[in-house]
Design a protein around this ligand. Structure first.
Ligand SMILES: *Cc1c(COP(=O)(O)O)cnc(C)c1O
Length: 377
């Protein structure tokens, strides 16, 4: 990106921050736990392949995603760390899962049979148990017999048993930890029945942020690896974690002076009472930007000074540059991140958009060229 044409809009990703967050997650999980790094959904919008390469280099025990194409791209990039496939899949995708050396999740007999048919040798599978999220998994009260039956199926090895009970606030935390206790009881029944399960996991980011632990031997985290809190604002101890998405920027591609009284319509307002200078940057919905939520007003930083964002259309953001002296074509517009002494954190941009920080990171996902920034470490 430093050669040839500079892009008109880009995101800045700092993989050293991902590395630091990974090490902090390991520290919080404690020495007893294997760490599984969730890179689903394009690594929460941060770029699946580059993040997978870094997390593998940091020593992650396993990566996890629900998307076969994403996992295949990671394999093609040369990453040979184990990859857990979250979620359900159609029985006819079993061949490509096994061909890429991915470890599928099973939670019904049809899928177990499909894996057994495709297996050459002993295919590792992970059983997901629904302890109460009501989304995916074999029901808790059927789990013991299902897992024992699966373990006896030729061509299959039960490499792991897991559940997922994410939570967001204190009420959710109490619910989740009670569900984890019921999962631990299931694991006790499995071991009493003589089944040794190599990898067990129930906890995710929120538990590490709250200092909760359990009797499984692994944790699977996503949010905190990217410096995002999975808890309601103010409830998490995010010390030691920092954003991996460092900035979202574009260049001014047009500046216009409008005389007072001119009959223009900008951002839904007709006619100008006062003279105004506007600027346009290619940071529209196509690039992942979104307009402000009702009652909110968004800003960007141009030449060290905040500028109101008046509208976000399909391909452009229109800024009010009236307070700026001679804004220059090509000047950098910062929609997220640090610029000079100022800084727009993702929490601030997300609040303007009426979203969570994760939702805001996801809207930019995959839409803009990525610049990998060297870290401060
Ligand atoms: C996404 C996911 C995780 C990671 O959750 P975070 O809250 O992002 O840490 C863990 N386990 C399962 C099964 C998941 O789907």
């Amino acid at each position: 990106m430093r050669n040839g044409a500079e892009p008109a809009a880009w995101v800045e990703i700092e993989l050293d921050a991902l590395g630091q967050n990974y090490r902090e997650a390991v520290r919080r999980a404690g020495p007893e736990k294997m760490l599984i790094a969730s890179i689903k959904a394009n690594a929460y919008g941060h770029g699946a392949v580059a993040c997978a390469e870094r997390l593998a280099a940091e020593g992650a025990a396993m990566l996890a995603t629900g998307d076969i194409a994403e996992a295949a791209a990671i394999r093609e990039a040369g990453v040979d760390t184990r990859i857990l496939m979250f979620g359900g899949f159609a029985p006819d995708s079993v061949d490509s899962i096994l061909a890429h050396d991915l470890e599928p999740t099973v939670c019904n007999d049809e899928t177990v049979a499909a894996v057994a048919r495709a297996s050459r040798g002993s295919a590792p599978v992970h059983v997901k148990v629904d302890c109460g999220l009501g989304r995916l998994g074999v029901a808790l009260d059927e789990a013991e017999s299902f897992i024992l039956r699966t373990a006896r199926t030729p061509g299959i090895e039960v490499a792991g048993v897991y559940t997922h009970v994410p939570f967001f606030d204190e009420d959710g935390r109490a619910w989740a930890m009670a569900r984890v206790a019921s999962f631990e009881a299931l694991l006790d029944r499995l071991s009493a029945a003589g089944l040794a399960v190599p990898m067990t996991q129930a906890l995710a980011s929120s538990a590490l942020l709250c200092g909760d632990n359990d009797r499984t031997n692994a944790v699977c985290v996503g949010h905190i690896l990217y410096g995002l809190s999975s808890m309601a604002p103010g409830l998490a101890d995010m010390s030691g974690f920092r954003p991996v998405l460092r900035a979202v920027r574009a260049r001014l591609v047009h500046v216009a002076q409008h005389a007072a009284g001119r009959d223009v319509m900008i951002g839904g307002h007709y006619g100008l009472a006062n003279a105004m200078t506007t600027g346009v940057a290619p940071m529209g919905m196509q690039q992942g930007n979104r307009g402000a939520a009702p009652g909110q007003a968004a800003q960007a930083i141009v030449a060290g000074r905040r500028a109101p964002v008046m509208s976000v259309s399909l391909e452009h953001a229109t800024l009010d540059l009236s307070a700026h002296e001679n804004p220059a074509l090509g000047a950098i517009v910062t929609f997220l991140g640090a610029a000079g002494d100022d800084m727009i954190p993702i929490e601030e941009l997300a609040a303007w958009q009426g979203r969570t920080p994760l939702e805001t990171a996801m809207t930019f996902s995959g839409h803009l060229p990525v610049r990998h920034e060297a870290g401060s470490m």
